[in-house]
Design a protein around this ligand. Structure first.
Ligand code: ATP
Length: 202
C-alpha cells in the first residue's frame, strides 16, 4: 500500500484546496517558518483517524478547521483526502477489489467527523484498522511530531509499549482483540439473561 496523493481543503492554514503528490522514494516538504509544513503531516495523521486534538496541536478537534485571517473568513468545514495505491492488495477484504483507495475525512463545525473509503461511509475504526493492518496510522512512529521524542522519554512504560506495538505492526490485532472481547462480553450478558428466562419458566 503506497500513499500517492494528499488533498486538503479548509484544513488549518490550507484554506484553498491544496494537493501534495507523494512519489516513490523520499518526499520533502520545504518552506519558511510557519508556512504550514507541520500542518501537512497533521493532515496525514488526521485523515488516518487521529482522535487526539492535542497531537494535532489543538484544544479541540474543530481547531483543525481554517479559523480565518485578517483577509479571509473562517470556514465551517475541513476535508482531507488520501489516495492510496492498493495494487499490492493489502487492504481489508471489504475494500480490496480496488486498485486505488481514496480515504476521506471531513469535519463540520458542530457536527463532528465523517469518513469515507472510496465514497462509502465508514466508521473511524474502519479507517484506523485499514492503516493499522498496513503497519501505519495516525500514531505511527514513522510520523514524528515536534516534542514527541521528549514525550517518549518521559512516557509511562505502558504508553511506550504502545509505540513498540505500532512499530511492530500489531496495533491492528490489539484493536481487533479489544472489539472481540467487547462482543464476547455482550454475548455472555445475553446468555445470562437467557438463563434467567429459562429459570423463571422452569
Ligand atoms: P515551522 O517551520 O516554524 O515549524 P511550519 O512550516 O511547520 O512552521 P505550521 O506549524 O505547519 O508551519 O503552520 C503554522 C501556521 O498554520 C501558522 O501560521 C498558523 O496560524 C496556521 N494555522 C494553524 N491552525 C490554523 C487554523 N485552524 N486556521 C488557520 N490557520 C492556522
Amino acid at each position: 500500500m503506497k500513499f500517492t496523493r494528499l488533498r486538503v481543503t479548509g484544513f488549518k492554514s490550507f484554506v484553498d484546496p491544496a494537493e501534495l503528490r507523494i512519489d516513490a522514494g523520499l518526499t520533502g516538504v520545504i518552506g519558511p517558518n510557519g508556512c504550514g509544513k507541520s500542518n501537512v503531516l497533521e493532515a496525514l495523521r488526521w485523515v488516518m483517524g487521529a482522535t487526539s486534538a492535542k497531537s494535532l496541536r489543538g484544544g479541540g478537534m474543530e481547531d483543525v478547521i481554517f479559523s480565518g485571517t485578517a483577509t479571509r473568513p473562517a470556514r465551517d468545514r475541513a476535508e482531507a483526502i488520501l489516495t492510496i495505491d492498493n495494487s499490492d492488495r493489502r487492504a481489508p477484504a471489504r475494500f480490496n477489489d480496488a486498485d486505488i483507495l481514496e480515504v476521506t475525512r471531513r469535519i463540520t463545525r458542530g457536527k463532528g467527523s465523517d469518513y469515507k473509503i472510496n465514497g462509502e461511509e465508514v466508521r473511524a475504526k474502519d479507517v484506523q484498522l485499514l492503516f493499522a493492518d498496513a503497519g501505519t496510522g495516525a500514531n505511527s512512529p514513522a510520523l514524528v511530531r515536534q516534542g514527541q521524542i521528549s514525550e517518549l522519554i518521559n512516557a509511562k512504560p505502558e504508553n511506550r509499549r504502545r509505540v513498540l506495538e505500532e512499530a511492530a505492526g500489531v496495533a491492528g490485532l490489539r484493536a481487533r482483540r479489544h472489539e472481540a472481547q467487547l462482543r464476547l462480553n455482550a454475548a455472555e450478558a445475553n446468555l445470562d439473561r437467557l438463563q434467567d428466562v429459562v429459570d423463571t419458566l422452569q
